[in-house]
Structure formats: structure tokens, C-alpha cells
Design a protein around this ligand. Structure first.
Ligand SMILES: C[S@@+](CC[C@H](N)C(=O)[O-])C[C@H]1O[C@@H](n2cnc3c(N)ncnc32)[C@H](O)[C@@H]1O
Length: 262
């Protein structure tokens, strides 16, 4: 069982000692893995009433939550364990003019549904965007997500699977499987897979741009904090390596599921 700090660090693929630097290292990125525009497009096709409530599990810096509130007018609750990100989410929601319908809460999604019974009531949609396997393999993750959504409500999971011919491996991806096995895990609780949206891989230029932004932040932090210089620069390099691994060995997808009645 990981501690909260370990979970945040694992999900952000960062050494725990570097967590205080995470907001600065990731200052140039709002989306931390999910494609907010794609998620909004999928939700839009569901024609939900504006009273519908969406719960964004592990909302990070709030890019997905805020876009949903802005473009679809839905009620959104974003939950994340990392307090600096929750502060950022609230400030961003206020400046986007959606603070009335987009709320954030600093909590562990493994227990937030039960800690204060009723406060996090089930919604019509629960999203798990780019959390990797921090909550466990896909069947366990869906087991957590489905606690936040009403029976026959929707679950949107943004993650991926290994390509059939993939042989390479890097840290953090050891538990990933190929497509068929991943899909059977996703539906292990009897929920229905409505649609799979395979994501177009980012271009090499887009990836380089993101890696360069992180490297530039790591370099300036390394100058201010020489003791952490190596760890900061290693983090930037690992992010670059991961992008290359993902492009060659991984298929990113968003799955739309409908929760079974039980
Ligand atoms: C890679 S980020 C993805 C953020 C966001 N969904 C996005 O795609 O932009 C993963 C987030 O999960 C959060 N996280 C990890 N474990 C968590 C948990 N048990 N409860 C709540 N948040 C968690 C981390 O703090 C981090 O912000």
C-alpha cells in the first residue's frame, strides 16, 4: 500500500524527493496526459443535461475538468491528492469563470467516496485520465472508478495498451498488457464497453516541444538548487525517453464504458 506522497510521485513518474519541484517542472503544461479536447468531444456526444455531474478522478492541474465546465456547462468535481495542483485548479477555474460549477477537492480517490459519506455522491460520468496503474491494473482501477458513477452512468478511461509486437519495456509500464487482455480487465465488473477511441500519436515535433519545456524548467531549477541538479535533469531525460517508448510500443486510447446496474 503506497503512501499519498508515493502515489502522487508514482503517478507523476517523479522521484519523491523532487515532489516540491513538480509544480515548477510542469508549469508549462496544463494537460498531464489526457487530451481534454477529445474528452469534451466524447462527452458532448452523450447529450447530457447541464445538471449532470462529472467527477474527474486524479484531475491533476484541472485541464479536463475546466474544459468540461466551460464548453459543456456541466457540474464538475475534480479530485486530486496533490494540494498544489488543487490550488492551481481552483485559480484556473476562477479565471476561466467556471468556479460556480467546477469544484475541486484534495483527497485520495481510493477512499474519497467513503470518507465523508454523501459528500462525493455518485455522478453521471466518472473520468480517470492518465493515472496509469497507480490505482492497480485496469480491473482494479475500474473497480474504483465505478464507485463514483451511478448504475448505468458513464465511465471514461484514458490510458492505453502495449502494441502486439512490443518487446521493449521501461519502468512504470511493467503491468501493461496488450489490447485483448486490457479490454477484458476493463469489463471485468460486468460494465459495457461502448466505444474505444484510439488516439493519434503525438508528432515527434510535439513531443520534442513538451520534452524541451520540461528540460528548460529542470535546467533553471538545477541552477537554483544544485543539490538536486542531477535528479532534476534525470527527470527531464526520463520524460523524453518515455515519450519515445510510448510512440514505439504503446497505443493510447480513451474507453467509454457504461456501468452495469450492480
Ligand atoms: C499524470 S497526472 C494526470 C492528471 C490529469 N488527469 C490529466 O490528465 O491532466 C496523475 C494525477 O493523479 C494524481 N493521483 C495519483 N494518485 C491519486 C489518488 N490516489 N487520489 C487522487 N489523485 C491521485 C496525481 O496527484 C496526479 O495529479
Amino acid at each position: 500500500m503506497r503512501t499519498p506522497q508515493e502515489m502522487i510521485a508514482y503517478a507523476l513518474e517523479i522521484d519523491q524527493a523532487l515532489l516540491p519541484f513538480a509544480p515548477a517542472l510542469l508549469a508549462d503544461l496544463e494537460e498531464l496526459g489526457s487530451d481534454a479536447e477529445r474528452i469534451v468531444t466524447i462527452l458532448k456526444s452523450l447529450n447530457l443535461p447541464t445538471s449532470a455531474r462529472v467527477i474527474d478522478l486524479g484531475c491533476g492541474k484541472g485541464a479536463v475538468s475546466i474544459k468540461i465546465a466551460q464548453e459543456l456547462g456541466l457540474q464538475v468535481l475534480g479530485i486530486d491528492l496533490f494540494a498544489p495542483f488543487i490550488d492551481h485548479c481552483r485559480a484556473q477555474a476562477a479565471s476561466a469563470g467556471v468556479a460556480d460549477r467546477c469544484h475541486f477537492r484534495c483527497a485520495d480517490v481510493l477512499s474519497a467516496h467513503e470518507v465523508e459519506v454523501g459528500e462525493v455522491a455518485a455522478g453521471e460520468v466518472a473520468i480517470m485520465g492518465a493515472l496509469g496503474d497507480v490505482l492497480g491494473p485496469p480491473d482494479q482501477s475500474v473497480g474504483v472508478v465505478r464507485k463514483y458513477v451511478r448504475p448505468s452512468g458513464y465511465m471514461l478511461i484514458s490510458d492505453g495498451y502495449l502494441k502486439d509486437n512490443s518487446t521493449a519495456m521501461i519502468a512504470g509500464f511493467e503491468n501493461y498488457k496488450q489490447r485483448a487482455e486490457t479490454l477484458s480487465c476493463l469489463t471485468a465488473h460486468g460494465d459495457v464497453l461502448i466505444e474505444e477511441f484510439v488516439e493519434t500519436p503525438a508528432s515527434a515535433d510535439e513531443e520534442d516541444e513538451e520534452s524541451d519545456l520540461i528540460l528548460s524548467r529542470a535546467q533553471s531549477l538545477a541552477q537554483q538548487h544544485p543539490h538536486f541538479a542531477k535528479a532534476l535533469l534525470d527527470f527531464a531525460q526520463e520524460q523524453r525517453n518515455e515519450n519515445v517508448f510510448l510512440n514505439n510500443n504503446f497505443v493510447s486510447a480513451i474507453w467509454l464504458l457504461r456501468r452495469a446496474l450492480t
